[in-house]
Write a protein that binds this ligand. Sequence first.
Ligand code: ZN
Length: 855
Amino acid sequence: MKWMPVLFILFALCVVSCNEHPKKTAVSNGVSDTLAGFRNSRVTGLQYELSFDIPAKKQEDIAAKMRLSFHYAGAAGAPLLLDFKEDPQKLKKIVINEKEVPVSYKNEHIVLDARLLQKGANTIAIDFTAGNSALNRRDDFLYTLFVPDRARTVFPCFDQPDLKAVFRLTLVIPRDWAAIANSKLQDSVARNGRKTLYFAPSDKISTYLFSFAAGRFNTAREKWRNSEIEFLYRETDSEKVNNSLHAIFDQYKKMVLFNEQWTGIAYPFQKHGMVAIPDFQFGGMEHPGAILLQASTLFLTRDATEGQLNSRAHLLAHEVAHMWFGDLVTMDWFSDVWMKEVFANFMADKATAVPDHEQGFSLKFLTDHLPPAYAIDRTTGANPIRQTLTNLEKAGTLYGGIIYHKSPVMMRQLETLMGTSGFQKGVQEYLNTYAFKNASWPDLIRILDRHTPADLRSWNAVWVNEPGRPVFDYKTELDPAGGQITGFSVFQQPEFGSGKVWPQRFDISFYYKGLVRTITVSDSLAAQQVPRALERKRPLFIQFNASGIGYGVWPVDTAMLPHLFRIDNYVSRASAYISLYENMLNGRYNTPLQLLRLFESGLSKETTELNLRLLTGYLRSVYWNFLSPQQRHQRTEHLEKSIWSALKKQKSPNNKKILFGCYQSVFGTEPAAARLYGIWYSQDPPVNIVLKEEDYTDLAFALALRNTTGDKILDRQLQRIKDPDRIKRFRLIMPALSHDPAVRDQFFAGLQRQENRANESAVGTALSYLHHPLRQPSAEKYLEKTLELLPEIQSTGDIFFPGNWLQSSFGSYQSASAYHTVTTFLQRHQELNGHLKAKILQCTDNLRRAQAIVR
Ligand SMILES: [Zn+2]
């Protein structure tokens, strides 16, 4: 079937009509879709020559020069706008086509006079002071992070993904610094304690992918394919470095090979390069030739857990997949930012799957994606996968659990619907068609549609353009003797609203003594009979979505509960844990306390690491979010004993460590505190558990929260830390944990200044301690201000910070008064941007549910 989505037609018409009236284009803040559409239709052949003179001290200005050349189609007297979101005083000199002109600046734009521009080739030369807000200037290093529209906060540019350009970069840096950029270093000249680095012209990339990092870094290189992979890092723990470098290079190469094979397209960029950033505010960022990666995910000790190894492999796989998905073919506009993320995750899942280990893949897919997708999709602030975006300045608000975790589920369903071969061929055609160009989701769907007889239109309408998830239910009929199933029907309805059905494949498993029979439902409807179930005898119990491929809230047959930890298939057990938790949140089958007891009873029986991680995560969430303080008080001692006894029974060191983390999270009695204090003080962990410096740091934080002499514990822990970046992080978090409420007040007040929020990763961690349930009586007063600051957090912070800010603050509240703060704020601030309002609803959903289910 061929089709043209309505949305696409409207958008195309709008761009065309706006382009016809460029004079009416108002100069407004940000980069509007109108402005972007206009420039895209007029500007081609972009090349930026940029030079930055970077002093060693982060307080000093960075002098910069830019020479921009492009081909212009003209616009009948209308000016051309160049984006620069900074103080116009920073613009020192502007030369248009060799003629110096006064600075004309309005609402985050340099206004280029039409009379000075010509049809055809144009050059704009600008001397300026670089803006600092996306340079992440730390004491002795910096790194750029321009996604989605922050290049314009550093240098003047056409900051939109569909104006790809070649970048020629020159950096002047202190002589003992190292630097990396998208392209290879061509030449370097040292003079007077400084050195000038000349980088080769980059490949054609979007502004958000242009990047460099410079500072005191170590450089590791590995020869590969007549070239090399360059890797910059700052980690000082030699055990971690020695244990990790080879693995990082190895995984990088494997991932390049995997993507080359799957896409049929050779690695598309001139250079291979990575940088490990301490306290990085993202997991990674896919700048070609200079991929930024979270250092703590990369550098692992010999006894890293399976979870840590998986995270590292997945992070590298995700970022490498972006070289094809996002970097080579880029979305037209950030409303389709999810496309690059879905493919990066989807390819990473494929690439990291162990061959011939379908179950392992399914388990990882299930535990990686379903819980975080549901965490957003179950809320009243849930967003669809594809969202509208009228101005790039709001692009950061689109990111979250839906684009990272629901969309891979959607893509797996799409691949199932189309068949793997048709799907792969379609995606290859899309990459080849749009290489080094831009494309939208409708462009891809049009191509995929040629490779399948399936009805992609109705499928797309609900999966991609609608938020939410289906809630399933079923009805069984038995013959009068009760031995044979005579009727079996399944129903689905949306969790919120009505009239939506999610076409999908899922399965229903019938458990008998020593036997499981599974029926696959390949195209689900609002209500349907499942005739194949009629062949079945009455089972011990039924399980929906035992393979984990389906998406929704699945009914639970309570007859399963006594058998739960004896279910043989670990994917099915994981799926059952997820279903039980999701239903508990909806007030179905189990109260929080019942679920806690059930999960607690499985701690010594569940031996699959990913499952134990899931189980303990849920246990912690139920304990802190959904038990009342009184229930917690009554339950803590029992829970501590169960966890400790499971820790002793479990054989694998990783499982022991997971349980140790759980114990550390929930402990509350004097003996438990004494035990943990002893372990921390003497650095003598339980048998077969390895604790590293970061583990002792977390333990010190947990003790400090509960101990009147906590500040001394923190002081002592600080003395133990050797790595300078980790010392800085610790110092930032310390006051949030102080025993003295005045110190905590001062810490929170300090966050109102942007410079104190620069290390977003550490600020998020600090906030979660500041608002820890044990500290909430004195912290609740910060909540209103936290909400008031949100628009500023969004406009000054990076893309994940608004969610991090809210989640770290509100994530563990349950009181009626905290909920009242949220609802009152939303009532009073009707003007709040819709995406931000949705973020608040997403991050306070547990608080909303707590009002109904905490007893
Ligand atoms: Zn990504």
